[in-house]
Design a protein around this ligand. Sequence first.
Ligand code: GLV
Ligand code: MN
Ligand code: MN
Length: 415
Amino acid sequence: MMTSELVAIDERRLLRRLDDLAQRGALPSGGLYRALYTPAHVAATELYADWCKEAGLLVRRDAVGNVWGRVEGSRGGRAIVTGSHIDTVRGGGALDGALGVVAGLEAVASLVAQFGRPTRILECVAICEEEGSRFSTNFWGARAIADRLEPDEAQRARDADGITLADAMRGVGLDPARASQAVRRDIDNFVELHIEQGPILDESNERLGVVRTIAGTAHLEVTVRGQADHAGAAAMERRRDALLGAAAMTLAIAKVATDMGPPAVATVGTIGVEPAQVNVVPGLARFTVDARHSSAALRLELIAEIAKACKVIGRERELAVDVRTLRDRPPVQLHERTTDALRRAARAAGVEPREMVSGAGHDSQILSAAAHAAMLFVPSIGGRSHRADEATAAEDVVLGTRVLATALRDLAYAA
Ligand code: GLV
Ligand code: MN
Ligand code: MN
């Protein structure tokens, strides 16, 4: 282990690059949207690749479009990696994912500039997709690295315009048949800096957190079938309105999570109806549920209670209800000894980091299947995230990046 002094970084370059990256995909209405394999996404990854080259790193785009910057270690072995995702939600802010991408590169570039070649292979990565915003994929980039892609996934997944993920890949010069070549089996540690996205650090006036557990997430699709009818001629008491059923289910789902208590959460984030006409009673409603809990057992209970609540309402209203699991990811414990490197680095800054549970999903939860993963959180002002006004104080961005760099020095420059 090297000295416990905090590593210096180029603070102005870090903050400027966060601003520059936020221009890629900026929306006229505010916020930004960098959806996988769109021009804004390509522009962001090219900018990142240029910055990696500027730092003298070996740059490579892998088979799904994750961009890696690498410096060889004098002793070789398994790699030390830092990074996060470069895609965003629709109307998202400038830091979710982007902070870990820009700060990871800043940390690696600063280390190489100050200490030269590490003993271990040191890499930074801009992961192509985590959010599931364009395709119903989420964690596409990290799953490709961790060998968790599903067979024919690229052929099956379609965006709202019907474009397959495979065609979107071809559009940016990637071959979907080669996606499995993105797998890495040589990563030792993955360390991710991320904004908290919740209010805990901000409200308790703490500046750093380390993540012990990432909550498990289930995504369900609920289809409610009633009877389409004439909006003028069908009397209210004769209707089997699928949307009214779905509305009652939405309220019941929120109540299930509220009654279970924190950290249970459940969100109906999308809903569609058919035939979707102003003068027709909806005959079908289809909505998604995102349900999360950090306890494996309580998460299963939450999912079961949600399904039960929907079925009960369906029976009451004479609606057919089908609940389908789109994906189901259990909670993940991050790696203790790698987290220790972050704790030591935080203490070098005079900060005792708070031990935290993340309700938000992160690339680290997937990469923990392929590497020893750890996460550092900096505060989100007002707990705001997945919205245009997501923000973190500049001094916390700088502190988090310096602590990240210090932990990476610990991991990658050990004698
Ligand atoms: C991603 O931000 C998620 O938690 O769904
Ligand atoms: Mn996000
Ligand atoms: Mn994120």
